[in-house]
Ligand binder design. Structure first.
Ligand code: ARG
Length: 459
């Protein structure tokens, strides 16, 4: 079969080489964008008089027919035609004959593929933004339902200080808010048109790049044609933002997995988000959370893969750039589905409030309260720390907790300690008294939730 670029070739192509070079198995995902890009290009060619109105109309009609067939799932693509661009051009040729050959005036596949990718990613990033937004709503809702739910706060995975479960949810809300901002801010670098950069150097035809950009809904155009066809930063940035997002989701999933374990028993996932074991009848595994944690690996991999592809590339287009696609498609699918699963899983997750709260009573997470109590009565904090540390050691040896120490024993240590100490040592009081801005105090968490609700509404 004759190639669309076959003029200067004498030898026949070989199917196995064609298969290695082809991108059609994966870049057919860009069919919609490719047709839209061509429609804008041909309109520009007519406006500038490069093509006659009649030629442009024939091409437009042909492209529209292909567009309809695409929607009806009636197109077949072939490896011989290498990629989505040549496949569509071939289909156009079959549809309208030789005038199809005029479509490629004043452009190259190099600016064409870059245009398709910009159009594709712009759509995906907008979808990602709305999915993150939905997940943030779920987090705030879950937080709102659980302001009074007490759980151990950890450092080093050791009980540190009691916190409100809502505070924990709102921490993830903060991370996801930044993720959403990162994707939003990246849009301005995606929203640029490379169309008309041509192969690398621009074109002798009197094209109107601003016009085709406007038709495609781009906010600006690349200033430099070499840059326009070589730039893949916009994809890298997407992969980098996706990696950070997946890292956040993965941390959250790790916690959910821990919380589901017999050791914690803090939460139970609904059956929808769990699976069983083929051998152990009792098992209810948090597979979806594990998968999201696991899928962070492929997203990081896609980021590193493209970074590596790009690192030694001389300007302008090199076939290496064809390797930019699969990772982008895979990442898009992975993050969109992960966000959906997360939202459903967290929304429906049942909390075992009693176990959570109890686990803050059989521990020393109130030791800071005792030290702060002494410090507020005038004892230097360092000395208070030492006194409480010794007492904790003593309690550990006796197998009791600070709230079990009798008042006489406390007063033997220091008369600064009064009977109100037991109230001070309760988890609820420990949380209640943390009025510092952004802390876990119930009033603070409530205020944070209110602020987030306003923010979510305003977005
Ligand atoms: N399939 C190619 C890619 O994805 C399209 C651009 C081809 N350009 C070229 N000069 N071979 O990168």
């Amino acid at each position: 079969m004759k190639k669309l670029w076959g003029g200067r070739f004498e030898g026949k192509s070989e199917a196995w080489i064609d298969a290695f070079g082809a991108s059609i198995p994966f870049d057919q995902k860009l069919a919609k964008q490719d047709i839209i890009g061509s429609l804008a290009h041909v309109k520009m060619l007519a406006k500038t008089g490069i093509l006659t109105a009649d030629e442009a109309e024939q091409i437009t009609l042909g492209l529209t027919t292909i567009q309809e067939k695409l929607l009806a799932d009636e197109l077949t693509f072939s490896i011989e035609n290498e990629d989505i661009h040549l496949n569509i051009e071939k289909l156009l040729h079959d549809e309208i004959g030789p005038v199809a050959g005029k479509l490629h005036t004043g452009r190259s596949r190099n600016d064409q593929v870059a245009t398709d990718m910009h159009l594709y990613l712009k759509e995906i990033v907008q979808e990602v933004i709305s999915k993150i937004h939905l997940f943030r709503q779920v987090l705030v809702h879950k937080a709102e339902e659980n302001i009074g739910t007490i759980m151990p706060g950890y450092t080093h995975l050791q009980h540190a200080q009691p916190i409100s479960f809502a505070h924990h949810m709102m921490a993830y809300y903060g991370m996801l808010t930044r993720d959403q901002e990162r994707f939003s801010e990246s849009l301005k670098r995606i929203d640029i048109s490379p169309l008309g950069c041509a192969a690398l150097a621009g074109t002798t035809f009197p094209i109107d790049r601003a016009y085709s950009a406007e038709l495609l809904g781009f906010s600006s155009i690349y200033e430099n044609s070499l840059d326009g066809v070589s730039d893949r930063d916009f994809i890298l940035e997407f992969l980098s933002n996706s990696s950070i997002l997946m890292m956040h989701l993965s941390r959250f999933c790790e916690e959910i997995i821990l919380w589901c374990s017999h050791e914690f028993q803090f939460v139970e996932l609904t059956d929808t988000f769990s699976t069983g074991s083929s051998i152990m009848p009792q098992k209810k595994n948090p597979d979806m959370a594990e998968l999201i944690r696991g899928k962070s690996g492929r997203v990081y991999g896609n980021f590193f893969s493209l970074l590596t592809v790009l690192k030694g590339l001389p300007l302008a287009y090199n076939k290496d750039l064809q390797e930019d696609k699969e990772g982008m498609f895979d990442t898009s699918h992975t993050i969109l589905t992960s966000l959906e699963i997360m939202a459903g899983m967290v929304e429906t997750m049942k909390l075992n409030q009693e176990i959570m709260e109890k686990s803050t009573e059989k521990d020393f997470s109130n030791a800071t309260e005792l030290a702060d109590y002494l410090a507020s009565k005038g004892m230097p904090f360092r000395q208070a720390h030492e006194v409480v540390g010794k007492l904790v050691l003593d309690c550990t040896k006796q197998g009791i907790y600070l709230q079990d120490v009798p008042l006489e024993q406390y007063q033997a240590i220091t008369p600064l300690i009064q009977s109100d100490i037991y109230q001070t040592l309760s988890s609820k009081t420990a949380i209640e008294r943390r009025h510092s801005y952004g802390g876990t105090g119930f009033d603070q968490v409530k205020a944070a939730i209110e602020r987030s609700k306003l923010k979510l509404e305003s977005e």
